[in-house]
Design a binder for this molecule. Structure first.
Ligand code: SF4
Length: 200
């Protein structure tokens, strides 16, 4: 069972996640590393402004938009919490923290869930395309449930302490076995409990 590992500080997680939107990890991680190396303090990033940030992170794609989102989000942290921190979210109830994060520019349910799950180890399930598809095939969410709605719906059937493991295992299962076209139901370890076995 995958265990929660804190890979980044929550603010790093937020900025890295904004850079990863509509971008492969192979492009967004180097852009994040370059941003941190070029402008090591968050106040440097804000002072540089969105256009300079866009130049630095252009390898992640949609750089103009992401430059604005990054600078705007950092400004909001400083204005709300008095510094470039997300620490107050540590003690905030999850629904409140999810809602607050989504007031930041460029932050939707998936990014908010990643920050809370990966940055703080909270019981929130980030729903990407694999988690969405496999959850639907297994019947944990309805056929019309959108990925955004799934963040709330899945928490009704998955205990919070299993959120990180559920997210990690479904991504792996979705990539390797329950693929979008032609799922490998014959090799699937959860086929016996899947209403879509052999149907996809
Ligand atoms: S039985 Fe098939 S459709 Fe169901 S989870 Fe396994 S691979 Fe996916």
């Amino acid at each position: 069972m995958p265990r929660y590992v804190n890979r980044f500080d929550p603010v790093d997680e937020l900025i890295c996640c904004i850079l990863s939107q509509h971008s492969a990890d192979a492009n967004s991680f180097p852009a994040f590393t370059l941003l941190r190396a070029t402008l090591p303090e968050w106040e440097d990033v804000v002072a540089a402004g969105p256009e300079r940030v866009a130049e630095i992170v252009k390898g992640a794609g949609l750089a103009n938009q992401k430059g604005k989102f990054i600078v705007g989000s950092l400004r909001a942290l400083a204005e709300t919490f008095g510094s470039y921190t997300l620490d107050p979210l540590r003690v905030m109830p999850v629904p409140e923290a999810m809602a607050w994060l989504q007031t930041l520019p460029g932050v939707g349910p998936k990014t908010a869930a990643i920050v809370l799950c990966f940055g703080f180890g909270k019981g929130v399930i980030p729903v990407d395309t694999h988690v969405h598809r496999v959850s639907m095939r297994l019947g944990y969410i309805g056929p019309k449930t959108t990925a955004n709605q799934a963040h709330d719906e899945l928490l009704k059937v998955v205990p919070g302490e299993l959120a990180f493991a559920y997210h990690s295992l479904l991504i792996q299962h979705g990539r390797m076995v329950c693929r979008a076209p032609r799922p490998r139901c014959g090799e699937c370890v959860v086929a016996a409990m899947c209403p879509r076995q052999g149907v996809g």
